[in-house]
Design a protein around this ligand. Structure first.
Ligand code: GPP
Ligand code: MG
Length: 297
């Protein structure tokens, strides 16, 4: 379905007929994203109409910082956007052989950037779910504008209980959204949606079990986004418990640090750049890609 439903309404077809927002915490997360319109996301999205809610990877071109004053800000913003788009390309490249007849799910789809890129790349149908009604409206308007509303649809649904048919997805991804949910519940739902051999790809920030508990910088990131960053170990425990077998695990930390260095010098810095750089450099936090195959029933 493509219509927006309200927070008090219930999922249809879900395992349990429950409201989309199930707790005070989920309502506070939805409120954060319903009110979010930060230039760090809007101005980057305006570069080419792909609006992302994730970070970037790869080296930046240092020349963008030395350009003429009247075009410097735009050049830095375009460069940050290029790195964010590169991150989404990397994620999609781990989904395996997706064909036009397959269906994909974007868990926590934001303003739709990665979903549109997936549709462009694979030519298949994509459903995005988010608990922010503002994001659903924005992303569906984008789908109409881009002429792909018949193929890419965004829903006001909870990724812990999507209501989509069992075994209906060949691939699922979460692009920096898992820090908002219980991983066992999430991967249980994804195991239901994926047939045997279906692929799940996750990019996330996690804290490092080796350095110990949650560092001060990681706590600052949690506070900034109203999220609850998991330890690295929790991902693998929850995957195994739900019959997922990892095929690729990539520590993207060295590849994302340049993005944060550029962002710290950009006109759209938000103040969270310091904690990210501290956390990554001290090793208490890691930017991870995990691709895993579902081998359960
Ligand atoms: C989304 O990006 C960010 C999160 C969901 C926060 C948690 C992510 C971690 C890896 C810890 P965004 O593009 O909305 O953030 P910003 O507004 O800072 O660019
Ligand atoms: Mg952003």
């Amino acid at each position: 379905m493509t219509t927006t439903r309200h927070a008090t309404e219930h999922t249809t077809g879900g395992a349990m007929d429950q409201p989309v927002l199930r707790s005070a915490y989920q309502r506070s997360v939805a409120a954060y994203w319903n009110n979010e319109k930060d230039p760090v996301n809007i101005r980057l999205g305006e570069v080419d109409g792909l609006y992302h809610h994730h970070y970037g990877i790869g080296d930046y071109d240092p020349a963008v910082l030395d350009g003429p004053a009247d075009t410097r800000d735009d050049a830095v913003i375009a460069e940050m956007h290029r790195l964010e788009t590169a991150q989404a390309h990397l994620l999609l490249g781990h989904l395996g052989d997706i064909e036009p007849g397959h269906r994909l799910l974007d868990g926590g789809s934001g303003r739709g950037g990665t979903s549109f890129m997936a549709n462009q790349r694979f030519g298949c149908q994509v459903d995005g779910v988010t608990i922010s009604e503002t994001q659903v409206e924005f992303a569906n308007a984008q789908a109409h504008q881009r002429g792909v509303a018949g193929q890419v649809r965004f829903h006001f649904r909870n990724m812990l209980d999507t209501g989509f048919d069992t075994g209906s997805r060949q691939g699922i991804w979460t692009n920096e959204t898992t820090m908002y949910v219980d991983l066992h519940q999430l991967f249980g739902e994804f195991a239901r949606l994926l047939p045997y051999g279906g692929r799940y790809v996750c990019i996330t920030g996690c804290y490092n079990d080796v350095t110990g508990g949650r560092s001060k910088a990681v706590s600052q990131i949690d506070q900034h986004y109203t999220c609850d960053i998991h330890p690295r170990s929790e991902y693998f425990r929850a995957l195994v418990a739900n019959n997922f077998v990892p095929i690729n695990v990539v520590d993207l930390t060295p590849q994302t640090i340049p993005y944060w260095e550029l962002r710290a010098k950009s006109p759209v810095a938000t103040g969270i750049e310091g904690p990210f750089l501290t956390a990554y450099r001290e090793g208490s936090f890691q930017y991870l890609l995990i691709a895993a195959d579902h081998v359960g029933p």
